[in-house]
Design a protein around this ligand. Structure first.
Ligand SMILES: [Mg+2]
Ligand SMILES: [Zn+2]
Length: 186
């Protein structure tokens, strides 16, 4: 068994970057990080976590923008995140009615990354702002963190049985929880 790594998976829209309700982001110039994201990810990176982004981009399947535009947005996001490195950004391009296995809460994309990078689920975390993110993390055996940014507050009220492992008001708060949990394994 090769050495396993500990990872934090992030949702993209409404978690790392601002999301305008009801709109689809396809313009790299409009990518804007939430202020606590960079300092939070720097702390987590210093503690040895490896980062991944898993995103539902149904705007592709719906014909609103192309995969190429999504990749341009991701290049911009990677640039804004420096000196933080995200190992891989993966996304589901399908619309919900295609009933694919890669759209969150489907865990296919996560399972592929877990296998490829020998990720230890028990020491890993999923951070997102929606029910689908919590279920995705739980399905992989990760700790789940719900941010009450964009959609988080609404989803907490709408799905009282969701019960993420932790609810955080912003990414710094999430990072503190992750580092606290991580100490238990030291
Ligand atoms: Mg989101
Ligand atoms: Zn898909």
């Amino acid at each position: 068994m090769p050495n396993q790594i500990k990872a934090v998976f992030f949702d993209r829209d409404g978690t790392l970057i601002h999301e305008k309700p009801g709109t689809y982001l396809s313009d790299p110039a409009k990518v804007k990080l939430y202020a606590p994201v960079l300092p939070a990810l720097q702390k987590l990176q210093a503690a040895g976590f490896v980062f991944f982004i898993v995103s539902n981009q149904s705007g592709i399947g719906r014909g609103y923008f192309t995969e190429k535009e999504v990749r341009a947005v991701h290049a911009r996001l990677q640039a804004l995140l420096q000196p933080v490195t995200v190992k891989e950004i993966v996304f589901c391009p399908h619309s919900p009615d295609e009933k694919c296995a890669c759209r969150k809460p489907g865990t296919l994309l996560g399972e592929q990354l877990v296998r490829k990078y020998h990720i230890d689920p028990a020491r890993s975390f999923m951070v997102g702002d929606k029910k689908a993110d919590v279920l995705f993390g739980r399905g992989l055996g990760f700790h789940s963190v719900l941010l009450t940014t964009a959609n988080g507050k609404k989803h907490l009220q709408k799905y009282p049985d969701l019960k993420p492992d932790f609810v955080a008001k912003d990414m710094l708060c999430a990072a503190r929880y992750i580092l606290r949990e991580d100490k238990k394994y030291a």
